[in-house]
Design a protein around this ligand. Structure first.
Ligand SMILES: Nc1ncnc2c1ncn2[C@@H]1O[C@H](COP(=O)(O)OP(=O)(O)OP(=O)(O)O)[C@@H](O)[C@H]1O
Length: 513
């Protein structure tokens, strides 16, 4: 059977000497859903960029329907029938859904009436509804993802490449993406599906390719894999289920390190009160738009409009990030691309950025050896794949850049950690490492407040979970006494009264100070 797309002996070396792909192969059949998995830095994005015409391979052959091709631009790949949906969907925010979908499509769709008719046909094909005249800026992330899918289809794509399409989506939105992939593949569109969510890869794909250190280590029918085998292929060793999930820790009775009293903000936080003790990890469970990230920013003081009290170690903290840092708090934001790293600084400088005073002796300039040592520790602890502390963020894979941001805060003097989606975009091995570091940080006397869309992860790392809905804490559970299902129900607004009254044994919905 001729493959729709095949890569043979593909190599890719970057100017800095990094070899991202060596002798890599891939074969995607027409109408199939093909999974591509691998650890952070394994070469997935590089492979996608070669397919999309964004990177020229250093060696090897790309074939499209059996013919050798050399797409030198993304436009060339698109015209041939390959549409690539990258993680940070580059839609035009000020244009409408309709305008975005036909952006660059040309042909008969230049005429408004033909466009609307075609748009209706596309919606029917994917089984989805969206207002064509809505401005893209006002859409939720999941809806934008769908606009990108429609855009791909409007170009007549026979192969749609999706790079972590569900990374920032809530459960319901994920289902929409899965449904569309299933439906379109049944109609003959092929997909190359890249994800760190192995359950998605297992349930959605027909075949799977595993990349490790730039080489394909396995390729086969997905049906022949289970999660353990896939994890082993990805990380190259057995990663025990307990390592991945951890044992649910028990609530400690250390001193209160963080108190939040009556916190509200126009950003969507409403009268929230709770306390975090030394040794505790508190999970904030909520759906996208529930106000969970806004709550972290209100606690940290980066949302200056917030009202209410935040106390660190019993002392009130002024409402500013600077005051929060001085009080021993650190926030690792979700949007690490925008807020995380300085592109022109090497890793070592980025890692020590928040904490320069501690690393400098007296008034002299920061001492480089101490900084380099810290970066080397971060690289080792977090398994950051890079040439060394001198590497620039732009030379790292997405997941490894995330780990650098995490490392930035981990080795400072913070006692209270506010983490927003700490493992988004990182691979299974690194996820286990990061969760273990969070547990260790708490065991060492720190306090942690963590937001994650993956409730399983919250249960693995948290002592208690607060369920956030419409800006309020609507329920509280001891982690070992609840389940993903219950948290999902509570986050969706079901059973608040029924569960809240006596389910956890800790009583009531709030842990008011
Ligand atoms: N522009 C670049 N210059 C130098 N090295 C690069 C560049 N882009 C990527 N690399 C390196 O190539 C290797 C593969 O990176 P790639 O982004 O393909 O990994 P990935 O599998 O997509 O990882 P992730 O899961 O973290 O997104 C990494 O070692 C990375 O540091």
């Amino acid at each position: 059977m001729v493959s729709l797309l095949s890569l043979e002996g593909i190599g890719k070396a970057f100017p800095n000497g990094t070899v991202a792909l060596r002798d890599a192969r891939l074969s995607v059949r027409a109408g199939s859903v093909h999974g591509l998995v691998g650890a952070n830095g394994a070469g997935k994005s590089t492979m996608i960029k070669v397919i999309a015409g964004a990177h020229a391979p250093t060696s090897g052959v790309v074939r499209w329907k059996g013919e050798e091709v050399s797409w030198r631009t993304p436009g060339a790949a698109r015209r041939a029938g390959v549409a690539t949906i990258m993680q940070h969907v580059p839609l035009a925010p000020t244009l409408t859904v309709l305008e975005n979908v036909f952006l660059g499509a040309g042909g008969p769709w230049r005429l408004p009436r033909a466009r609307r008719a075609e748009f209706a046909r596309l919606l029917e094909r994917v089984g989805y509804a969206i207002d064509p005249d809505a401005e893209v800026a006002g859409l939720a992330i999941g809806e934008r993802q769908m606009v990108a899918v429609l855009q791909a289809l409007a170009t007549g794509a026979e192969l749609v490449v999706m790079d972590e399409p569900t990374a920032s989506l809530a459960e319901g939105e994920r289902q929409v993406v899965f449904d569309v992939v299933r439906r379109l593949s049944a109609q003959g569109t092929a997909f190359l599906y890249v994800s760190h969510f192995l359950d998605e890869v297992l349930s959605l794909t027909d075949r799977v390719t595993v990349l490790r250190d730039g080489t394909v280590v396995e390729e086969g029918e997905t049906a022949g894999y289970d999660e353990d085998r896939l994890v082993q292929a990805i990380v190259g060793r057995d990663l025990l289920a307990t390592e991945r999930r951890g044992a649910a820790p028990v609530a400690p009775d250390g001193p209160v390190l963080l108190s939040v009293r009556g916190l509200s903000s126009p950003a969507g936080v409403r009268d929230v009160s709770f306390e975090v003790r030394a040794g505790e990890v508190i999970g904030l469970a909520g759906l996208l738009g529930s106000g969970r990230s806004e709550l972290l920013h209100a606690v940290y003081g980066s949302d200056t409009r917030a009202r209410g009290e935040v106390l660190a170690g019993g002392r009130p903290v002024r409402r500013s990030p600077r005051a929060a840092v001085a009080a021993g708090m650190a926030l690792v934001p979700e949007d690490r691309n925008a807020q995380g790293l300085v592109g022109t600084f090497p890793i070592w400088k980025n890692v020590s950025l928040p904490d320069l005073p501690a690393l400098s002796s007296g008034r002299s300039l920061p001492r480089e050896p101490a900084e380099t040592a810290r970066a080397e520790r971060a690289i080792a602890d977090l398994g950051i794949v890079c040439p060394g502390p001198e590497a620039l963020p732009g030379e790292l894979s997405g997941g490894n850049a995330q780990k650098v941001v995490f490392g930035k805060w981990l080795y400072g003097g913070a006692r209270v950690f506010l983490l927003d989606e700490p493992t988004a975009g990182v691979d299974v091995g690194a996820k286990a490492d990061i969760l273990e570091l969070v547990r260790r940080f708490a065991a060492g006397g720190g306090a942690v407040l963590v937001v994650s869309s993956e409730f399983e992860e919250l249960l693995a790392v948290a002592t208690r979970v607060l369920v956030v809905r419409e800006g309020r804490v609507v329920a509280e559970r001891a982690a070992h006494e609840t389940s993903e299902e219950e948290l999902l129900m509570l986050a969706n607004g079901f059973g608040e009264a029924g569960f809240g009254a006596g389910g956890s044994g800790e009583g009531g919905a709030h842990d008011a100070a």
